[in-house]
Design a protein around this ligand. Structure first.
Ligand code: SF4
Ligand code: SF4
Length: 318
C-alpha cells in the first residue's frame, strides 16, 4: 500500500478494519506500506518485476516522486488498484486543477490569511544548504488520477473507502473471482438512493422549488433530503457507504463517484439536478444559480481530475 497526494484518510481507513487487520495479516504478506511498516523504496526496487500480487495506491499524482513511485509499483505488481477517490478520479486535491501552478504556490505560500512566511519562502526544486545540494520533487502542472500515469486494474471508491468496502475489495482479490479489468471492486453498481433509509419518501417525480444549503436548514430526518431542497447527489452516486452522511442528515456530496457507464460524474449529476429544479421563469433560474455558489466544488468535488473538462479554467479568456 502506498500514498501519493493523499490526506492520509485512506490510510487511516484501513485502521477501521479493526480486528480484520489481524485476519488480513494471516492471509497476506505485506511487503511495502510506508505508513505502517519500515520497508524502504530500495526494498521494493530489489523485488523481481511482477512479484507483488496486488498494490493499493491512494492519493493522486501531484509531484514527480508520486509518478516515479506509481511507475515502480506498477512494474512490481500483478494487480494495481486505485484506492479511494483521489487515486481513482483526482479527489478533492484535483480542485486545484482550476489554477495555474504559480497561482497555487502564491496562494499557499503568500496569500493564505493565517500564513507566517515573512521571507516569502517558496519550495524550490534544488537548494544548497551548508554546501550540500538538496532536491525536492517537482510539482506537476496538475493533479492526475493514477490511471493517467500507469495502467490500473481496479478501482475502490470512497473518500475514504469504508472498512466494509475495503474488506469486500480485499476478499474479492483473495477469492480470485474478479470482475473485468477496469471495474470498481468493493461496492456494487447501485445508486446510493437504493441503500438510503429515506428512499421510500422520495417521489418518482421530483420538482425542487427552493434549493437550500446545509447550513440554512435543519432537515426533517424522516424525509428524503432532496425533496427538502437539499442538494443530495445520492441518485447519481454509487452506493456502498450505507448512506452514512444522509443518516447524519447531511446530503451526499458524491464521494463514491459515478456508476458504471457514466463517463463524467459532474456533468451527469449537474444535468440531473438541473432537470428537477423548478425553473418557472428567469427569476427562478437566477435564484437557483445564486444558491449554487460553487458549481465545480458541488458537482466535481471528487472527480475534477478525471472529468472531461480537464479542470482548468482560464481567467484571461484567451
Ligand atoms: S480519497 Fe479522501 S480520504 Fe482518501 S486520500 Fe483522498 S481526500 Fe483523503
Ligand atoms: S436523494 Fe439522498 S436523501 Fe433522498 S433517497 Fe437519495 S440518498 Fe437518500
Amino acid at each position: 500500500m502506498y500514498w501519493c497526494a493523499s490526506c492520509g484518510g485512506c490510510e487511516e481507513a484501513t485502521v477501521d478494519l479493526a480486528e480484520r487487520v489481524l485476519e488480513l495479516t494471516n492471509l497476506v504478506d505485506i511487503v511495502f506500506w510506508p505508513v505502517a511498516l519500515d520497508f524502504k523504496q530500495e526494498d521494493v526496487e530489489k523485488l523481481p518485476d511482477g512479484s507483488i500480487t496486488a498494490c493499493l495506491i491512494n492519493g493522486g499524482i501531484r509531484v514527480t516522486e508520486h509518478r516515479h513511485m506509481a511507475e515502480l509499483l506498477r512494474r512490481k505488481s500483478k494487480i494495481m488498484i486505485a484506492y479511494g477517490a483521489c487515486s481513482a478520479w483526482g479527489g478533492v486535491p484535483s480542485l486545484a486543477n482550476l489554477y495555474e501552478t504559480q497561482e497555487l504556490i502564491s496562494r499557499v505560500y503568500r496569500e493564505v490569511p493565517s500564513l507566517n512566511n515573512p521571507d516569502n519562502v517558496t519550495p524550490q526544486h534544488r537548494v544548497e544548504v551548508d554546501g550540500n545540494q538538496l532536491e525536492l520533487p517537482e510539482l506537476l502542472p496538475s493533479l492526475l488520477p493514477i490511471d493517467r500515469v500507469i495502467d490500473v486494474d481496479y478501482y475502490v471508491p470512497g473518500c475514504p473507502p469504508t472498512a466494509d468496502v475495503t474488506w469486500n475489495a480485499i476478499t474479492s482479490l483473495l477469492s480470485g473471482k474478479l470482475p473485468p479489468k477496469g471495474s470498481v471492486i468493493g461496492a456494487a453498481d447501485n445508486a446510493l438512493c437504493d441503500q438510503c433509509p429515506l428512499n421510500d419518501t422520495k417521489p418518482d417525480k421530483l420538482l425542487i422549488k427552493d434549493l437550500k444549503r446545509p447550513h440554512q436548514v435543519i432537515p426533517d430526518p424522516t424525509k428524503c433530503l432532496l425533496t427538502q431542497g437539499l442538494l443530495c447527489l445520492g441518485p447519481g452516486t454509487r452506493g456502498g457507504c450505507e448512506a452514512l452522511c444522509v443518516r447524519a442528515r447531511m446530503p451526499c456530496t458524491g464521494c463514491f463517484g459515478p456508476l458504471d457507464r457514466v463517463t463524467d460524474y459532474g456533468a451527469k449529476t449537474a444535468s440531473f439536478i438541473a432537470s428537477i429544479i423548478d425553473l418557472r421563469n428567469e427569476e427562478a433560474l437566477e435564484d437557483a444559480i445564486d444558491k449554487l455558489p460553487d458549481p465545480v466544488g458541488t458537482f466535481y468535488r471528487y472527480t475534477l481530475g478525471a472529468s472531461s473538462l480537464g479542470g482548468r479554467v482560464r481567467n484571461d479568456k484567451s
